[in-house]
Design a protein around this ligand. Structure first.
Ligand code: B12
Length: 206
């Protein structure tokens, strides 16, 4: 569980026309999901187009059903505002890369799902008020991308994708993970294991 947020009448819509009053965010920190997911991938998830989404559904849907909530997923359209929810629930802010930075886990975290409840339950989670990027003088993430895809305007998906398709891109980011993400000095101990880095880059590549 990554965080809990409450809504008063402005929550996301649930099936049967109800409005959620509580959303519980579920996600991974560092390589925490990799041992369970990679084992499942090897035996059950092979050949699936979006195995991490499939695994997340498989894990989270029964939890939601058991708790009488409704499960939502980050890749499900229309996209739910997972990053906005995370900003509220955890006090996170966006890094120059577009992904949210966590004061402890750095850029090494993600969201796998959320459970909506029609009732107000649980305590709203503790939030952070210190944003690491505000105190990062050199901002190495801004200069580490070999494709020049990170600019003050944000993340340039087209430049990133184009580079990933080239021989240089295959030999660098595609094999070892996004170099801009790796350049971030926050939470290096939470860095994803190599196989997980490769997996995420393959999911992003053309
Ligand atoms: C579409 C999408 C992309 C597109 C972005 C296209 C674009 N310019 O919008 C592409 C395919 C490029 C992409 C890439 C990546 N993404 Co993405 N993406 C999404 C997705 C599915 C929808 C975003 C959205 O529009 N939401 C709807 C609006 C209403 O929600 P929101 O909270 O208000 O949206 C915020 C984002 O849109 C954000 N935003 C705007 N532009 C961009 C660009 C990028 C690259 C990102 C990450 C966010 C971002 O600003 C909004 C306001 O806060 C979300 C999941 C989700 N449901 O949000 C993941 C998500 C934002 N992505 C995520 C990640 C991790 C990545 C990658 C790192 C994955 C990878 N394989 O390496 C890369 C980023 C590479 C990099 N170097 O930074 C994570 C972010 C987690 C975090 N720590 O913040 C999310 C939440 C998915 C998840 N399962 O956790 N992504």
């Amino acid at each position: 569980m990554r965080g809990v947020l409450h809504f008063d009448g402005d929550g996301p819509e649930m099936a049967a026309g109800k409005m959620a009053r509580t959303v519980v965010l579920i996600g991974n920190i560092g390589g925490s999901l990799w041992p369970a997911f990679s084992q499942w991938l090897e035996f059950e998830g092979k050949g699936l187009a979006h195995p991490l989404d499939a695994w997340s559904e498989r894990v989270i849907r029964p939890l939601a059903a058991a708790a009488s909530g409704e499960a939502w997923f980050p890749s499900e359209k229309p996209w739910k505002p997972f990053q906005q929810w995370a900003m509220r629930a955890e006090g996170l802010k966006a890094s120059p890369l577009g992904i949210l930075i966590h004061p402890v886990h750095g850029l090494w975290h993600g969201y796998r799902g959320a459970i909506g409840f029609a009732e107000r339950i649980g305590e709203a989670t503790v939030t952070f008020d210190r944003h690491p990027c505000d105190h990062c003088r050199d901002k190495p993430c801004m200069t580490a991308c070999p494709a020049g895809a990170i600019t003050p305007a944000g993340f340039g998906y087209t430049a990133c994708r184009g580079f990933l398709a080239s021989d240089d891109g295959q030999a660098s980011c595609m094999t070892g993970g996004c170099l801009a993400r790796a350049a971030c000095p926050v939470g290096p101990e939470h860095r994803y294991p190599s196989e997980q880095l490769r997996f995420h880059m393959q999911a992003l590549s053309p």
